[in-house]
Write a protein that binds this ligand. Structure first.
Ligand SMILES: [Zn+2]
Ligand SMILES: [Zn+2]
Length: 152
């Protein structure tokens, strides 16, 4: 009895994610972050704001937001997933600091034009691409704490 009732309540749209109250909250928290954040960081931030949302929920919500095109996903050097609220619907490329994780969107018109040309000449449809640039930002460089820098 209870099972069938739960099923009928689960209205899942064909595309996108259900915007539950928790997802909305997590999306807003993500929006207020500067640069890419991990689920754990975002979870800590939510807890500080008095939220009781669990870490697993944050993980799931972020993955859902990424699938829905509301967030961008990167992996850092350790393979951890980092998320950033996507400012608009269009896809972006970012320059990300390996030390502090701050990121800024790039003007990647040449890349987009190149990709567009490939799409036209290759006969492929639904072409997608990913491109990320990482480095050490000016702030981190000044502090001289670029621990991951192999230069010696
Ligand atoms: Zn930095
Ligand atoms: Zn692109």
């Amino acid at each position: 009895m209870v099972d069938s009732q739960q099923k009928s309540n689960a209205r899942t749209p064909r595309h996108g994610v259900r915007m539950t109250h928790q997802r909305q909250m997590i999306l807003e928290a993500l929006e207020s972050c500067e640069g890419f954040v991990s689920a754990q960081k975002l979870h800590a931030r939510l807890q500080k704001d008095g939220s009781t949302v669990g870490l697993t929920t944050v993980y799931r919500a972020l993955a859902g937001l990424e699938r829905a095109g509301l967030a961008d996903l990167l992996r850092d050097d350790t393979g951890e997933r980092l998320y950033l609220r996507r400012p608009t619907d269009e896809h972006r490329h970012y320059l990300r600091c390996r030390d502090c994780g701050s990121a800024s969107p790039l003007d990647a018109d040449p890349v987009e034009q190149w990709a567009h040309r490939i799409a036209q000449t290759s006969g492929y449809t639904n072409l997608e691409h990913t491109l990320e640039l990482t480095g050490v930002c000016a702030g981190c460089h000044d502090h001289g704490r670029s621990g991951t820098n192999p230069r010696q």
